[in-house]
Design a protein around this ligand. Structure first.
Ligand code: F6R
Length: 607
């Protein structure tokens, strides 16, 4: 995910251009840049790695002068986080500059072709081919619109593109296929943006482009056409009703909620990771004498979920260790392999544990969200999870995506070990594939109910979160969410552990959230329901997340939420969604600082 912006106006546009990408920074913030066409018909590109403010300070982005320009804030996908890979990209003769969001899937073939024709590439990005393709077509057409059209029709994959050229200094060109792009229609300027944040400070009139549409925008007019058929399309202007702050969150009041709602897409992205990366990690685990799963905080719970999944799908015991404890526990040699999980890729404890393992000769794999991060540069193999920026300090979608990736690795291990038959593999894969749909359904249908429950019980100071098997790490992660965002004590525990001590606390003042498996998971289901009975027998309060409509009438739950039936390996994930929402709504009821809870930081880079 990246942020695109463009402005054409009556005044110098560099200040609003920089402001626009600052407003888009949540879409990606590893590097940024601007291209401005100045009065002498020359394009000036200024760019570098870092946040908009950092780059502006170093490169003086706002000092560019011109009436038309484009800008970009990047979340690296193709190519590392370097100045050369930062957008905008220029053609060889600096007559075309472009920015892009999406992935050009045929860029290698195009790059080879263009290189043979003498085009010189300066970056590793897929985007740069667009600038060279534009130059190449212009050499034959001599017409900017025809050049733009020919280029668009050559590109495969997904894109939102904005382009300026010295051959038409009074216009901005942009196009959309699958990546978002919006026009902003102002009084003395017109705008383009990945979303309305790009221009919400300047105009609230917008036009949403549809797939296969391109627009040619001048300071006082615009035209939208279809790039398959070439016909003009009449577009409706929509008035935006929210303010800049809210729209950065895509209309959500908090990033946490936005990111919870982005989970269906984060799952799809995790499922789209090339199987070759999954296979490589799976075979490395199977070949290594000893393996460890590492993470800390939420990622430790993700690792613990991995421990259960590796055991159940592949009969491989891979212990999960909290990164900060690794040195005291791990038995590391050249034959060991460490699998680290980290959203930021910068967490000190995990980085340190990896360095320790590496120094002892172990090999390493990491599942990381932030491209080019320290952890991804340290390990032998990185699986890039592609969940997009996670702004809220609490991890939701990134952790969820890691769980999906671990399921895929476990499945592959089970297949390699011939524990999982082709038929069983199909069932599990189908369950994973259908998960985004069910997650959306739960978000749409249950969040109102979770909100009501959260409001009703936000005064409760102590919760017990109970689960067995796969549901245990889910209970732990859910409890952590409640603690960190609502500052309410929630203790995650294996449901079977209860009777070995904690049960002494249960009375009518005690509140438990129980993660009940579906009935098909018979043994786990019965054992978990046994735990529910134990609490009820002592007048404890039970909130049940379960899958059996009939159980709602059992009298065992004081409150319950029934979930749709899904394949058993993905059932706990639906409960995690409910628990995230419960923490979120409890925190909002208690007026907590949801996106930045007290004492926490997004990336903990200290010991
Ligand atoms: C909890 C949370 C933290 C992180 C932990 C590891 O919501 O976000 O517990 O999971 O600090 O961070 P990463 O994944 O960046 O290594």
């Amino acid at each position: 995910m990246c942020g695109i912006s463009g402005i054409i106006g009556l005044q110098n546009i560099s200040n609003p251009l920089v402001a626009s990408i600052r407003n888009l920074e949540y879409r990606g913030y590893d590097s940024c840049g601007v291209a401005v066409l100045n009065g002498r018909g020359k394009i000036t590109v200024k760019k570098n790695i870092g946040s908009v403010d950092e780059v502006n300070e170093g490169e003086k982005l706002t000092k560019s002068k011109g009436f038309v320009g484009i800008a970009h804030t990047r979340w690296a996908t193709h190519g590392r986080v370097t100045k050369a890979n930062t957008h905008p990209h220029l053609s060889c003769h600096k007559e075309f500059a472009c920015v892009h969001n999406g992935i050009i899937s045929n860029y290698r073939a195009l790059k080879n072709l263009l290189a043979k024709k003498g085009h010189k590439f300066l970056s590793e990005t897929d985007t740069e081919v667009i600038a060279h393709l534009l130059e190449d077509f212009y050499n034959t057409t001599g017409n900017v619109e025809k050049t733009f059209l020919k280029t668009l029709n050559k590109l495969e994959g997904t894109f939102a593109i904005a382009m300026i050229t010295t051959f038409d200094s009074d216009r901005l060109y942009c196009a959309k296929k699958e990546s978002p792009l919006i026009l902003g229609i102002g009084d003395d300027a017109n705008y383009i943006g990945s979303d309305s944040n790009a221009f919400i400070d300047f105009t609230k009139n917008s036009i949403v482009l549809d797939d296969f549409e391109y627009a040619i925008v001048s300071k006082d007019s615009y035209v939208v056409k279809n790039f398959n058929q070439g016909n003009i399309i009449e577009k409706e202007i929509t008035r935006i009703h929210w303010d800049a702050e809210m729209s950065q969150k895509g209309g959500y009041p908090h990033y946490m909620l936005k990111e919870i709602y982005e989970q269906p897409q984060a799952i799809i992205n995790a499922l789209n990771i090339d199987q070759k990366h999954i296979k490589k990690a799976a075979s490395r685990i199977l070949k290594s004498e000893k393996n460890y799963l590492l993470g800390v905080g939420t990622t430790y719970y993700v690792a613990l979920l991995g421990e259960y999944v590796f055991s159940s799908m592949a009969q491989s015991f891979v212990p999960a260790i909290s990164s900060d404890e690794f040195k005291h526990l791990g038995e590391i040699s050249k034959k060991a392999h460490v699998v680290a999980l980290s959203q930021s890729g910068e967490t000190y404890d995990t980085l340190n544990a990896l360095k320790y393992a590496k120094n002892k000769g172990a090999c390493s794999t990491a599942i990381v969200n932030v491209i080019g991060s320290s952890i991804s540069r340290l390990v032998d193999q990185t699986i890039q999870q592609g969940s997009g920026p996670e702004i809220c300090v609490l991890s939701t979608k990134a952790a969820f995506a890691q769980m999906i990736i671990l399921n895929r690795v476990a499945l592959e291990m089970g297949v390699i070990k011939k524990i999982i038959s082709p038929a069983k593999k199909n069932i599990i894969e189908k369950g994973l594939k259908e998960l985004p749909k069910y997650v959306s359904q739960v978000l749409n249908e249950k969040s109102g109910f979770v909100h009501t429950i959260a409001k009703r019980y936000s005064h409760i100071k102590n919760w017990l979160y109970l689960g067995r098997g796969l549901y245990y790490p889910i209970a732990l992660e859910s409890a952590l969410k409640m603690k960190e965002v609502a500052y309410i004590h929630a203790e995650g525990m294996p449901a079977g552990f209860l009777k070995h001590g904690t049960i002494a606390m249960i009375d009518s003042d005690h509140y438990a959230l129980v993660f009940v498996p579906p009935k098909e998971d018979r043994e786990l289901y019965e054992l978990t329901m046994g735990g529910v009975e134990e609490i009820k027998a002592r007048n404890g309060f039970v909130l049940g997340f379960h899958f059996e409509p009939k159980d709602s009438k059992s009298g065992l739950f004081n409150e319950d939420i029934v979930l749709p039936k899904v394949e058993k390996h993905v059932a706990p994930f639906l409960q995690l969604i409910l628990a995230q929402l419960l923490s979120y709504f409890t925190a909002t009821t208690l007026k907590r600082n949801v996106d930045r809870p007290r004492s926490l930081a997004k990336s903990v880079t200290v010991a």
